[in-house]
Each structure stands twice: as C-alpha cells, then as structure tokens.
Design a protein around this ligand. Structure first.
Ligand SMILES: C[S@@+](CC[C@H](N)C(=O)[O-])C[C@H]1O[C@@H](n2cnc3c(N)ncnc32)[C@H](O)[C@@H]1O
Length: 233
C-alpha cells in the first residue's frame, strides 16, 4: 500500500486542471456558456481551483469551490489570498452538499464522479441547481477495459466505479436531468504532461506515485476516453 494516494499527489504538487483535456478544454467549454454577473456557480471537487478562479475572474459571477481534501483546501485559501479573487471556498463532500436546494445556476463537475458515490453526487448536484440550471460534466469514461485492468486502475486512483458512456448517461438521467447533450469534441486525448516543481525535499514516495501514474496511463491509456456532457435540470 502506498502512503500517498493519486489525489494526495495532485494536492502536494499543486497539479491543477486534473481532468480530461486540461484547462484548454475547460476554457473552450465554458466560453460556449453565457454567464452573467448575478449567477451562482458551484465547482464540485474543484481541486486546486483552476476552473473556479477562471470563472470568477472571467465572468465576474459568484463562484463557490467545494473540496474535501485538506491539502486542496489549503492551496485554495492561499491562492485566493494571492490572486485576490472573491471565490467562496467550502469544505464538504459532493455526496452531501452543504447548500440549500435550488441555489445555483450552474454546477461544474470535472473528473470527480469516478471517485465518489456517483448516484448520490448526481442527486445532490440536481438538488442544489435552480430549475433549468445547468450541470456540465467532464469525465473519463472507459472502453473495453479488462476486469483485471479495471481493478488495477481503481485501486491505484482510488476510483469507486468506472463507467462507459451509456452507463454514465443512464445515471445522469436517473438523477432527473432532462436534456443530456454531448457538448464538446471528446475524442481521445494524448496523455497530458504533468508540470511539477521538483525540490530537494520531495518525499520519494510521492515520486513513486507519480511514476506509477505515468506507467498506468501508458499501459491503459488506450482504454480511457472522456466525455463532456451538458445536462439541464
Ligand atoms: C481528479 S481531481 C479533479 C480536481 C478538479 N476538478 C480538476 O479538474 O482539477 C478530483 C478531486 O475531487 C476531490 N474529491 C474527491 N472525492 C470528493 C468528494 N466526495 N467530495 C468533494 N470532492 C471530492 C479530490 O479531493 C480532488 O481534488
């Protein structure tokens, strides 16, 4: 058992936009949406906050970033101070969102659903959205992955469940979303480079996690695709 998880690695190295297509895809997707200043936007499992800060700065709306990992929360707080951006950072879990119902116009969910109780997470996203609100999902999906490879993948990434497109869409529909449209070119992506600052006091165990991540991506990359879905309440 490794002492660090993949999400610990993201947090410790402050790796942002850890989702399919990275920050470029997020910008391309969000620019198709019309945000207004008075809108309330929730980024669930926002990680280091690249997307949440981008939305707040670009569209000037009220943005809430929700995270449950203490290192991510620390990074988000530091970033908020440094960048002087008025996003609200909330510690919590997507399965039990600490918000009243129908509070948000828009929920963003990037590379989160595989890690959590997906049905509960989707129900909660639905609950906190206003009527006619929008949920954008950018998630990994798997294709033709053997049972053994699935287990390897799940164990290393701390993933609860792997979905193909049909399974994912079914679960979104079951949560109550009306229109679910593929929203962006989600064709296979080249492996994304990881940009980290190496310093002499890095725990070698973290580098071991990074090394394993690179190996798994190389071996199983052919079975991993991604999808962007726009879902309306
Ligand atoms: C792969 S990262 C993606 C982070 C971010 N959305 C991005 O695209 O960079 C998954 C994130 O989900 C967070 N997370 C995992 N389980 C969660 C849960 N139950 N509730 C809220 N956040 C969670 C992790 O801490 C991690 O930051």
């Amino acid at each position: 058992m490794m002492p660090y998880s993949y999400v610990d690695l993201l947090g410790e190295f402050q790796i942002g936009s850890a989702h399919p297509g990275g920050f470029d895809r997020t910008k391309a997707v969000l620019q198709k949406e019309s945000f207004e200043k008075e809108m309330k936007v929730l980024d669930v499992g926002c990680g280091t906050g690249d997307s949440a800060f981008y939305i707040a700065k670009t569209f000037n709306c009220h943005v809430v970033g929700l995270e449950h990992h203490p290192v991510m929360i620390r990074t988000l707080e530091q970033r908020k101070k440094k960048e002087q951006t008025s996003i609200q950072i909330i510690e919590g879990t997507v399965e039990n969102l600490p918000f009243d119902s129908k509070m948000f116009d828009f929920v963003l969910c990037e590379s989160l659903l595989a890690f959590v109780d997906i049905n509960q997470a989707l129900n909660e996203c639905y609950r906190v959205l206003k009527d006619n609100g929008t949920l954008i999902i950018n998630e990994m999906i798997v294709k033709d992955m053997t049972i053994g490879d699935r287990e390897t993948f799940k164990e290393f990434y701390g993933v609860k469940e792997l979905h193909d497109e049909t399974q994912l869409v079914k679960k979104i529909e079951r949560a109550g979303f009306k229109t679910i449209k593929p929203f962006h070119n989600s064709s296979p992506l080249p492996a994304q480079p990881i940009d980290i600052q190496l310093t002499p006091n890095i725990d070698p165990e973290l580098l071991h996690v990074l090394d394993t991540h690179v190996k798994i991506q190389k071996e199983l990359g052919k079975n991993i695709e991604s999808i962007v879905l726009k879902c309306k309440k």
